[in-house]
Design a protein around this ligand. Structure first.
Ligand code: FAD
Length: 553
């Protein structure tokens, strides 16, 4: 089955949905999304969107804060674009119906602006502590009214359609490559469709599920990075994975955030033996910067072999705790943890992918007619560490840049035609019953990544991880070739590929910077390593780009 559309958007988070609303003014839009339409990282964002709005704030302050967080690797032009566009894009969200929190809810004249770590001014526009959910619902509501947009739920993109798939293959090493859409599994019907489009946009989000502990929902398996890499697109800086220091540890709870505010309120981190440990790591103790707290917890866990440490606020007034943290209190109670009388078991968790599919400032990837925006993309904004609440902003700003670029193509009528594209070939595959293999492999990759490629790395750990992941990767690739595709096998295949790419990027960078800390190279080395790690696949080999021209500030 073939569906032709002007624009194919893969993913229904803030990046995909905000772009769809604009692209629909130019032509038909198909959004494919692999689960229910709202299921995305966006839906779980709590804090908000950073933007220069307060009278005492300035674009320069926001730019400086972002560059500082990025530890020397932010691309200044991308950061400037992000910051200058911020207020306009926030205004657009409001026009689409997003109900942000105001200082006085009655007259809605002044947005309530929060402050988060690393921001020198109050600039976090938020909708209580449920910003992502409110944004997601409002955008979906706006999309419902649009006759040009169709959403296909439970449709998972398998691979991008490029020269590699054509019946008449062009000469080897054809450059530049083009994208004409994607092969997509319709899970309801169990069939593989072709979605053909004049422009294809990856808005598939991050890859937190590569790690055992993550704040990301199940959908975050790095599919966009994996598909783009397999197609030959350039990928960058995957070694920079941001970990949140404190999420609830519980066998049946998806790690939910225990906000930094709990430490701000007086929460004390303790080992399972009851010893306070943060004073050994930083004079600010529990209030040290996020990456330092995460590293300290990791060090204590590695030393003790335990699975979690405790965050204890039981010494504070019980009523005050309930009033200040009603959401956390209620959530923990669900797991029989009364935070007024019991310490909270916590563990750091993978939170945000700073690298991704390389794009220029218009969201164009290195493959023609293929764009990327949101967490899947690498625009140069985050450098070696993301400033809090810059990611929702990046998603809406760069979705808008993609819109500008496709508008230009539509206006100049430079619309590509479709070559002859073969149907999906599943000859020789059969329904495999050994699903247990998949769950074991997934868990093994997640555990390897957590133990060896987590917050603190070393050459020994990274090499061990790579050896094992290579082995699992070969097994999975064989399994994939013989098996009728399902979302489980597709996600596992992507997850292990992204894991492999992360380890390779981490081994390549011989220094410590931002979120990447390697005990063999504990120092930052600006003279040799102030550059991006850019990779791509050619003739099935992983290639590192040696000249990663850095856009100096
Ligand atoms: C708990 C939590 C709190 C956060 N808090 C904040 C915050 O306060 N401020 C901030 O700026 N950022 C925050 N972030 C980060 C931010 O939420 C994300 O970076 C952002 O939402 C990403 O948006 P996106 O549209 O790029 O991707 P997502 O919102 O993740 O959407 C990706 C979409 O792609 C779909 N998809 C993926 N693969 C496929 C495939 N193969 N086929 C079809 N569909 C596919 C998914 O189903 C999903 O619909 C937080 C993240 C988490 C997890």
């Amino acid at each position: 089955m073939v569906i032709k559309t002007d624009f194919l958007i893969i993913g229904s988070g803030i990046a995909g949905l905000s772009l769809a609303l604009k692209a629909a003014t130019l032509g038909t839009v198909a959004i494919i999304t692999k689960k229910e339409q709202a299921e995305s990282n966006t839906n779980y964002a709590q804090g908000g969107v950073a933007a220069v709005i307060a009278p005492d704030d300035s674009f320069d302050f926001h730019i400086d804060d972002t560059l500082k967080a990025g530890a020397g690797l932010c691309h200044r032009d991308a950061v400037e674009l992000l910051v200058y566009e911020g207020p306009k894009r926030v205004r657009e969200l409001i026009d689409w119906g997003v109900e942000f929190t105001y200082k006085k809810q009655a007259n809605k004249s002044e947005l309530d602006l929060g402050r988060e770590g690393g921001h020198s001014r109050n600039r976090i526009v938020h909708a209580r502590d449920l910003t992502g959910r409110i944004v997601e619902q409002s955008l979906l509501q706006a999309i419902k009214q649009h006759p040009n947009i169709r959403i296909f739920e439970q449709h998972i993109a398998i691979d991008l359609i490029t020269e590699h798939h054509l019946e008449q293959k062009p000469e080897q090493n054809h450059i530049p490559l083009h994208c004409w859409g994607a092969y997509v599994l319709d899970e309801h019907q169990g069939i593989i469709m072709q979605f053909l489009a004049h422009a294809t946009i990856l808005a598939t989000g991050g890859c937190g599920q590569v790690y055992l502990h993550t704040t990301n929902p199940q959908i975050a398996t790095g599919d966009g990075v994996a598909m783009a890499y397999r197609s030959g697109a350039k990928i960058a800086n995957l070694e920079f994975m941001q970990f949140h220091p404190t999420t609830l540890y519980h066998p049946t709870a998806n790690s939910f955030l225990i906000s930094e505010a709990v430490r701000g309120f007086g929460g004390i981190l303790k080992t399972q033996a009851g010893d306070r440990f943060m004073e050994k790591y930083h004079p600010m103790k529990e209030l040290a910067p996020r990456d330092i707290v995460a590293r300290a917890i990791d060090a204590e866990l590695k030393k003790s072999g335990n699975e979690f440490v405790y965050l204890d606020i039981t010494q504070k007034n019980h009523q005050e705790i309930k009033t200040r943290f009603p959401h956390i209190y209620q959530n923990c109670l669900k797991y029989n943890i009364d935070i007024t009388s019991q310490p909270i078991p916590v563990v750091p968790a993978a939170h945000y992918m700073c690298g991704g599919v390389v794009t220029d400032l218009q969201g164009r990837t290195t493959i023609h007619n293929l764009y990327a925006c949101g967490e899947v993309s690498f625009t140069g904004v985050h450098g070696a560490n993301r400033l809090a609440s810059n990611s929702l902003l990046e998603a809406i700003v760069f979705a808008h840049k993609v819109f500008e670029d496709i508008t230009h193509h539509v206006n100049s009528r430079s619309i590509p035609s479709f070559p002859s594209i073969p149907a999906w070939n599943d000859e020789g595959t059969f329904n495999h019953e050994e699903w247990i293999l998949i769950s074991h492999d997934k868990e093994e990759v997640q555990r390897l990544m957590w133990d060896y490629v987590g917050i603190v790395r070393s050459n020994l750990r990274l090499k061990r991880a790579l050896r094992r992941i290579n082995l699992i990767s070969r097994e999975i690739e064989n399994f994939y070739k013989k098996t009728t595709v399902t979302s489980a096998i597709l996600e596992l295949r992507n997850l292990v590929l992204v894991a492999k790419l992360i380890v390779n990027c981490a081994l390549f960078r011989k220094e410590s910077r931002g979120l990447h800390f390697n005990t063999n190279y504990p120092e930052t080395n600006d003279s040799q390593w102030r550059k991006d790690t850019v990779i791509f696949q050619k003739n099935r080999k992983l290639i590192f780009l040696t000249d990663t021209t850095f856009k100096e500030s």
